[in-house]
Design a protein around this ligand. Structure first.
Ligand SMILES: *[C@@H]1O[C@H](CO)[C@@H](O)[C@H](O)[C@H]1NC(C)=O
Ligand SMILES: *[C@@H]1O[C@H](CO)[C@@H](O)[C@H](O)[C@H]1NC(C)=O
Ligand SMILES: *[C@@H]1O[C@H](CO)[C@@H](O)[C@H](O)[C@H]1NC(C)=O
Ligand SMILES: *[C@@H]1O[C@H](CO)[C@@H](O)[C@H](O)[C@H]1NC(C)=O
Ligand SMILES: *[C@@H]1O[C@H](CO)[C@@H](O)[C@H](O)[C@H]1NC(C)=O
Ligand SMILES: *[C@@H]1O[C@H](CO)[C@@H](O)[C@H](O)[C@H]1NC(C)=O
Ligand SMILES: *[C@@H]1O[C@H](CO)[C@@H](O)[C@H](O)[C@H]1NC(C)=O
Ligand SMILES: *[C@@H]1O[C@H](CO)[C@@H](O)[C@H](O)[C@H]1NC(C)=O
Length: 608
């Protein structure tokens, strides 16, 4: 009753004030310094339009945060009691007052066709508008910006909102969002037998081990399913609950996963599984070109290793469309959005999303506006609360650009001060995902490119403070002082092999390296852990990190050799315990299996 009463009051005060031309003072909502690589190019062409996403304030979001802490804590009596889709949606929904005020605001600008229910929770409003109108609404001026590599985009560096909406709108994008998720880097190097040693796409400085296409059983030179199964102690496990289990891989950048290549790969490395296939979901104009020339290296790598390890767990490949590169001279429709948001809209609206999902895309955290990063991270949290485990590759630039040469300096801050700092990667810096770094060889050591570091946006989450403090104490106060944020969320959480994976692309075997390989590998193992739990009637793992940090140290192989150079330094060292190169370590499936089964048994017996 009380809520309703308040709502009427504010509705009344709103009605009094709703004259569209009323004197509302507009207040600056956000102002940024444009990222270094971008230069203002021109005014937007007349008639340009933009698809605006308005994130509405969520008054109950902290309740969801409390829930996820409890249900992901193996020592809590609610461990594993995931929330339903409906429960999560209720906790992220805006208030009726917020919905109403935003609707009125749009109406006052003549906008009646806004999509107020793009997400089931109605926490986002999406509307396609002429830029000239958006400029009035947000009291701003958009420009065409050009990146050093020639790409164009339409953005602004500041925007305002009517004062009375500041508490009702978290963010409006695309405004200040310069991150290029529409052109997300895949975190992958590719080497073929034809390439000379050391010629690696995306990296000019490092030499790989001599790529050998012979499958070696021990992962020392070439990584195959067999050697991973033996290295990570999976061999012999027979999935039983696959009819209730599921795993997903995400694809962007017109990366298509090829069914024929999967069959070839399995015939090569897991003949018993050679009839495997996967489901494809197309999002926002994503395509599924099965021509062998269109097979994507990233997509094939992800699908082949994740599905190969977890076979016969059903797999889904999500092909999310990107918009065509924006050309300022062509005007009209612009690159308006980024595909992460579209993928999240889609997956959050599914009743049964896959229980494990791996993603191998990301960008430097500093190119993502803070409010946008927070809101996106929170959407990952929603999936975790519903019982989905998300893995992300930690990036391939070590602590930044992957370059130890102090003379070659690209790790510069975007905050106007042009300081040299390590460059953390988002979404790995989001505390609600499991970030996976890379290792190489036998015995395993950190691989030089393994992304790792400390967020400048997200503070250190509860579950890792002890492990990370221990590392920082060993490191000492002065090492790299000022180069990284000691209070930030630290990543990666775990790691897995990342060098020289034998993958089939367009009918032929190649070797691919990157934390792009590590994430689907770890995800495949999580899917098997879920299988073990589902087989005995336990719920899926969901958000995994609290369990990993509390119990995982006994079940992960601690990696203590190697480092991850970048930003003119040798980066961090892998050490005993957690480190920002290999996290807690690489998986031992059988030991993890005991832990994920025990955790719940303890809880269940305690609950009686
Ligand atoms: C908000 O609106 C919905 C649907 O319009 C209604 O069912 C609900 O009772 C309202 N909540 C409050 C607190 O007024
Ligand atoms: C936008 O540009 C116009 C014309 O140059 C200028 O008058 C106006 O002050 C600018 N508005 C903002 C918010 O910068
Ligand atoms: C794969 O399918 C074919 C034809 O459908 C069947 O003959 C064969 O036994 C299957 N192989 C496996 C390993 O299941
Ligand atoms: C699929 O990809 C191939 C190779 O890139 C291309 O020639 C073909 O036109 C594509 N087909 C469609 C329907 O886009
Ligand atoms: C930072 O770098 C940019 C681009 O190189 C330059 O325009 C700006 O003046 C620099 N700012 C400072 C404080 O050095
Ligand atoms: C892996 O290769 C390294 C050197 O390339 C060698 O020292 C090591 O013994 C090899 N390990 C195995 C298990 O073969
Ligand atoms: C360091 O991280 C915290 C969040 O943990 C953030 O509030 C602060 O602004 C960051 N400092 C810098 C210099 O980025
Ligand atoms: C990494 O280890 C090397 C060799 O022990 C040492 O010289 C270096 O100082 C360490 N670096 C860091 C950042 O801990």
């Amino acid at each position: 009753m009380k809520l309703l009463y308040l709502w009427i009051i504010s509705f009344t005060s709103l009605s009094l004030a709703v004259n569209p031309h009323r004197l509302v003072s507009s207040r600056l909502k956000q102002s940024i310094i444009p990222p270094r690589q971008w230069r203002r190019h021109s005014s937007p062409p007349p008639g340009s339009r933009i698809e605006l996403r308005i994130g509405l304030t969520q008054p109950h979001i902290h309740i969801l945060e409390n829930h996820i802490q409890e249900i992901s804590d193996p020592d809590h009596e609610r461990y594993g009691q995931h929330l339903s889709k409906n429960e999560v949606e209720n906790l992220v929904a805006p208030s009726n007052e917020t919905v109403h005020l935003v609707h009125e605001w749009l109406s006052s600008h003549g906008i009646e066709d806004a999509d107020m229910s793009r997400t089931p929770a109605k926490d986002w409003v999406v509307v396609n508008l002429p830029i000239s109108l958006v400029e009035k609404m947000l009291d701003t001026n958009y420009s065409v910006w050009q990146h050093a590599d020639g790409h164009f985009t339409i953005r602004t560096t500041r925007y305002s909102l009517p004062e009375y909406l500041l508490d009702h709108i978290d963010l409006v994008q695309p405004t200040t969002m310069f991150a290029r998720f529409s052109n997300m880097r895949t975190t992958m190097y590719r080497a073929t037998d034809k390439l000379a040693v050391g010629q690696i796409q995306g990296s000019s400085r490092y030499e790989l081990l001599t790529p050998s296409l012979d499958s070696q059983p021990n992962c020392n030179h070439t990584v195959t399913l067999q050697c991973l199964q033996s290295l990570y102690d999976i061999a012999g496990y027979k999935p039983q609950a696959y009819s209730r289990n599921s795993i997903g891989l995400t694809g962007y950048l017109e990366q298509y996963a090829n069914q024929e290549d999967l069959k070839l790969f399995l015939a090569d490395q897991n003949p018993g599984a050679s009839n495997a296939s996967f489901d494809v979901k197309l999002i926002d104009g994503g395509l599924n070109n099965q021509s062998s020339q269109a097979a994507g290296d990233e997509a094939n790598l992800d699908v082949q290793f994740a599905l190969g390890l977890s076979y016969p767990t059903p797999g889904t490949f999500y092909s999310t469309g990107g918009e065509p590169p924006f050309k300022p001279d062509l005007g009209t429709e612009s690159d308006t959005n980024e595909p992460y948001a579209k993928w999240l809209d889609f997956i959050l609206s599914q009743d049964n999303p896959p229980l494990t999902i791996s993603t191998s895309y990301g960008d430097h955290e500093q190119t993502v506006p803070e409010d946008y990063a927070r809101r996106t991270c929170q959407r990952f949290m929603e999936l975790g609360a519903r019982g989905v485990t998300l893995t992300f590759s930690s990036g391939d630039g070590g602590v930044g650009d992957g370059n130890p040469d102090p003379g070659y300096q690209t790790c510069i801050t975007n905050d106007g001060k042009n300081e040299t700092r390590f460059l953390p990667v988002f979404p790995s810096s989001c505390p609600y995902v499991t970030s996976v770094g890379g290792t190489r060889g036998i015995p395993e050591e950190a691989v030089f490119f393994s992304g790792g570091g400390f967020s400048n946006i997200f503070t250190r989450p509860w579950y890792q403070s002890e492990a990370v403090d221990e590392f920082l104490n060993k490191l000492g106060e002065n090492t790299y002082s000022g180069l990284f944020n000691r209070s930030g969320r630290a990543y990666p959480d775990v790691s897995a092999q990342g060098l020289n994976f034998r993958v089939f692309i367009g009918g032929k075997p190649y070797l691919i390296s990157g934390t792009s390989a590590s994430s689907p590998t770890f995800a495949g193992i999580i899917a098997l852990l879920n299988d073990a739990r589902l087989s005995v009637g336990l719920p899926a793992l969901g958000f995994l990190n609290p369990l990993l940090y509390k119990r995982g140290t006994e079940a992960l192989n601690d990696i203590t050799v190697g480092n991850n150079p970048g930003c003119g330094t040798n980066g961090f060292n892998a050490t005993q315990g957690w480190d920002p190169v290999t996290g807690l370590g690489t998986p031992n499936f059988n030991k993890l299996k005991e832990i994920v089964l025990e955790s719940q048994m303890w809880t269940m017996s305690n609950r009686k």
